[in-house]
Design a protein around this ligand. Structure first.
Ligand SMILES: *[C@@H]1O[C@H](CO)[C@@H](O)[C@H](O)[C@H]1NC(C)=O
Ligand SMILES: *[C@@H]1O[C@H](CO)[C@@H](O)[C@H](O)[C@H]1NC(C)=O
Ligand SMILES: *[C@@H]1O[C@H](CO)[C@@H](O)[C@H](O)[C@H]1NC(C)=O
Length: 839
């Protein structure tokens, strides 16, 4: 039975968004999502394909869900393929020409909740024993705050994260904000999780039915069902537990709280995309304490529909101000997991929140990364977060993990939105970045950024200080709209030396490029890259900005044995916030372990995101497609940069990068040709190298052009000269920049003798790669008719003739669209495997 018919009877206005939701029957039905040209009627597509039109896909424009009886075959894929074939031979119009993307939906394993059940030592149950005079004063203040605000909640005194009378100062510093009457009134947080007990006496008064839905059991109320459906309710309590005589209070106890239930069963990308946009004019903040497994092995990003939903939310949610996504950084630090291997936490659209414990220490589980913006309190040092539990009057004292940190942050952002509902999603990130407090300065590996803030990969910009954040919010000036600059793909195609050496490639960003792209100052930086490698966990990647600020984009992971390398993976950094972006950006890839697992750095692509210079010229980012990084659809620029300077042996350098064409200043351009010719890397110092003196690099590095620098450390002699000079250089640079950063991993240390030996020894395995790789497709796009292309296509199991037809077709929209569809199929298959590990 269809849900909307029931809802129609109910006739409540607010059910508008719910009314589009149809119950799914995954046992008997297949579901497809099609992105259609706006002029293509879904009903006609349905007829043509023999499908039932189920309705629009949530809030995504021109995306529709279709269904049919279950079968092995991807009937849409087959039909589209057939249509393409016919179009080429016969031409004409067909309603299927309006299909821009098609994806058969597959159930994926559940996301993992990011809760940790901590040990419960007795120590903190009765803090009174530890009291000394300052603590006595703190306890007295706690009592007076409670009295002044009329807080009678029985476990308020256990809620150390709100007011900590034991480790003084280790709390979110909220009480004086409450005293100002800022308690979350008129702000709404949605907990995207395993349910929310809207009948809890501690939540029911704040429950926001309009923003709530159960995507697992297709009903309006996201009530917990399974025995372990407690996580969402506990998160909700942290945000919005009512000030009453039940349990404790939420940090924003007058806020409204919605529940969006997605974690209790497998769901499809389509439903997750709908969930992430659910009631997005009214739900302001989406708190997400889950993600791919934090096992130190996974490298998983949301599928294209979910990516589109998140972009749609920041562009159109909350009346165009943008939904605020808050994500838990992940609990895999003990597995050497890192939040840059998770495409939700490293999205520029999410605020990634890690944990600190009640002593202000980094808990063993909380993941580090260059995409982490901030931290706040959670479990560790023998205690956890005390909050509401499932039940009419149930409390829980063991809520923990980064799961507990994210909702606390979400609640604090609700306080901000009470007084500044006009802040955009980017304003909120600025505010958080600017007001976080650095902690644990001795061991936190802090570096000072260009704008004088401190950043630590462990703590982001520090811990949230609610008072500081809300006070700053009162006078915060909204920033101008977003702009972005994309570098061309920088082709490298070099073996990565093993050990402490690195392979470094630079790219110069000029003032003109950023001017043309309308970028005034940076916010996020993303790097997409392709590396072929036999053991992914051996790799690390650092990005050094023109201001010599360093992002550890990727770190080694001992458990990650995947033989896949990085396939168009995008890393993100918030470390360069506020920089101009102008100058030389250097990426340093290391294969840290000398063993038989080696690899090749294929290419990379730098994207600088920031505030626009001229707000009136700002545009909205187009919806992502699987092909964004392949760059099929862009016009070739007419400007080339001169090739390598004379005396350097032409290794596979980015010799002929294209400048940005003026008609697409903000989009990448494709290189004039691939630089596949693999010559051995006998780089010698170039007389021309000193021309790059503006670079931070020692001047003897070979320079290939004013735009790019490239050097490798292959030859032993070079290494020796280079290491000593660089050693001195780095020592100076390090003293200057990284006094507090004892373990910076980006420098090139002198090789130890045994490591040098290791370089030449070691059984090397057979030549790499038989399989299909996306990077190959990337090159196909530019090298029509290459051998790789045919190989590629045959791998796909298709017939070559059709591919040739496709390749020789014009560059029109249809081709792109169809090709996109082809890709989606691949993506799907890939996804299926990737999601196996999820809970
Ligand atoms: C906490 O809030 C108070 C105001 O209540 C403020 O003076 C103080 O600077 C804030 N931060 C810390 C770390 O105490
Ligand atoms: C409540 O929030 C909405 C949307 O953010 C805003 O338009 C409205 O003015 C707010 N109301 C009050 C009383 O602050
Ligand atoms: C990896 O090692 C094998 C075996 O020694 C060698 O043939 C291959 O060229 C190496 N590949 C790279 C990228 O270094």
């Amino acid at each position: 039975m269809r849900l909307h018919s029931i809802l129609g009877l109910v006739g409540l206005g607010y059910l508008a968004s719910a009314s589009n939701l149809h119950a799914r029957n995954y046992e008997a039905q297949d579901y497809y999502v099609l992105h259609l040209d706006p002029t293509t009627p879904p009903s006609q597509v349905a007829v043509k394909l023999g499908l039932t039109h189920e309705g629009p896909l949530g809030e995504l424009q021109d995306h529709h869900v279709f269904s049919c009886h279950k079968q092995e075959e991807d009937v849409v894929h087959t039909a589209l393929k057939e249509r393409r074939r016919r179009k080429r031979s016969i031409g004409g119009y067909d309603v299927l020409d309006g299909v821009k993307l098609a994806q058969k939906q597959k159930l994926k394993a559940r996301m993992e909740k990011r809760g940790i059940i901590p040990p419960r030592p007795a120590g903190y149950a009765s803090p009174i024993e530890e009291r000394q005079t300052p603590e006595e004063a703190a306890v007295a203040k706690q009592a007076s705050v409670a009295a002044a605000l009329g807080i009678q909640d029985p476990i308020f005194n256990e809620q150390w994260h709100l007011f900590n009378p034991v480790q003084i100062g280790h709390d979110v510093n909220v009480t004086d904000i409450w005293m100002q009457g800022i308690t979350g009134h008129n702000a709404t947080v949605a907990i995207v999780d395993d349910g929310l007990d809207m009948y809890s006496d501690d939540l029911k008064d704040n429950y926001f039915a309009e923003g709530s839905y159960d995507f697992n059991d297709n009903q309006l109320e996201p009530k917990p069902v399974l025995s372990d459906d407690k996580h969402g309710t506990r998160c909700a309590g942290e945000v919005s537990a009512v000030k009453n005589n039940v349990c404790g209070v939420g940090v924003a106890w007058d806020s409204k709280i919605a529940g969006i239930r997605i974690l209790s069963k497998m769901i499809t990308d389509a439903d997750e995309a709908i969930a992430m946009n659910y009631a997005y004019q009214k739900n302001q903040i989406y708190s997400c304490s889950w993600g791919p497994p934090d096992d130190g092995r996974s490298m998983d990003a949301p599928g294209i529909l979910i990516k589109r939903a998140m972009l749609n939310a920041v562009q159109n949610g909350r009346g165009g101000l943008g939904s605020i996504y808050v994500f838990a950084s992940g609990n895999g630090a003990m597995n050497e997991d890192n939040c840059n291997f998770d495409g939700y936490t490293n999205s520029i659209y999410s605020i990634t929140v890690g944990a600190i414990d009640r002593k202000g220490l980094h808990p063993y589980y909380s993941e580090k990364c260059s995409a982490q913006l901030v931290v706040t309190y959670s479990s560790g040092s023998g205690d956890a977060i005390h909050t509401t539990d499932v039940g009419t009057n149930a409390c829980y004292s063991g809520h923990g993990g980064t799961s507990a940190a994210a909702p606390l942050a979400a609640g604090i952002f609700a306080l901000v939105l009470q007084i500044r509902p006009d802040l955009t999603w980017r304003d909120m990130q600025y505010l958080v970045m600017q007001t976080a407090l650095p902690i644990d300065l001795e061991t936190g590996e802090w570096q000072t950024t260009s704008i004088g803030r401190k950043f630590s990969h462990t703590f982001g910009y520090g811990k949230i200080d609610t008072w500081a954040t809300v006070e700053a919010a009162k006078t915060f000036q909204n920033v101008k709209p977003q702009a972005w600059y994309y570098s061309p793909w920088i082709h490298v195609n070099q073996a990565i030396p093993q050990g402490d050496q690195g392979l470094a490639v630079s790219f110069e960003v000029t003032a003109d490029m950023l001017m043309a792209a309308n970028v005034e100052r940076l916010e996020h930086v993303t790097v997409s890259m392709n590396i072929d490698h036999k053991r992914r966990g051996d790799l690390s990647v650092d990005l050094v900005s023109p201001d010599k600020v360093i992002s550890h984009l990727s770190v080694t992971r001992r458990l990650d044995t995947a033989a896949e390398g990085y396939n168009d993976w995008t890393f993100m950094s918030v470390v360069h916030w506020g920089e101009s972006g102008i100058g030389t950006w250097t990426i340093i890839v290391k294969d840290t372990v000398v063993n038989e697992f080696n690899g090749t750095f294929i290419d990379w692509h730098l994207k600088l995101w920031g505030e626009s210079i001229d707000a009136s010229k700002a545009t909205l980012l187009p919806m992502p497609s699987e092909h964004d990084d392949d760059n099929h659809d862009l016009v070739v620029s007419t400007t080339t940069i001169a090739g390598a300077t004379t005396s350097v042996t032409p290794v596979a350098t980015p010799t002929s990068l294209m400048a940005n064409p003026t008609d697409h200043p903000d989009r990448p351009t494709k290189p004039t040709g691939t630089t596949d010719e693999e010559t051995s890397a006998t780089a010698t110092s170039s007389p021309a190298a000193t021309t790059s003196a503006s670079s931070w690099l020692p001047s003897f590095f070979p320079t290939f052009s004013s735009k790019t620098q490239f050097w490798i450390y292959g030859a032993a002699a070079l290494i020796l000269i280079f290491c000593s000079a660089l050693g001195i250089y780095l020592y100076m640079a390090r003293r200057k920049r990284l006094r507090n950063n004892p373990r910076d991993e980006w420098e090139f240390d002198l090789l130890e003798e045994d490591e040098t030996e290791g370089l030449t020894g070691g059984g090397k395995k057979g030549t790499k790669k038989g399989g299909k790789r996306r990077a190959g497709e990337l090159y196909d796009a530019f090298a029509a008719g290459s051998d790789e292309e045919s190989e590629e296509y045959l791998d796909e199991g298709g017939d070559e003739r059709e591919k040739k037809l496709y390749e020789s077709d014009d560059e029109g929209k249809h081709v792109i669209g169809e090709d996109e569809d082809e890709e989606e199929g691949d993506h799907n298959e890939k996804n299926q495997g990737e999601h196996l590990l999820r809970k």
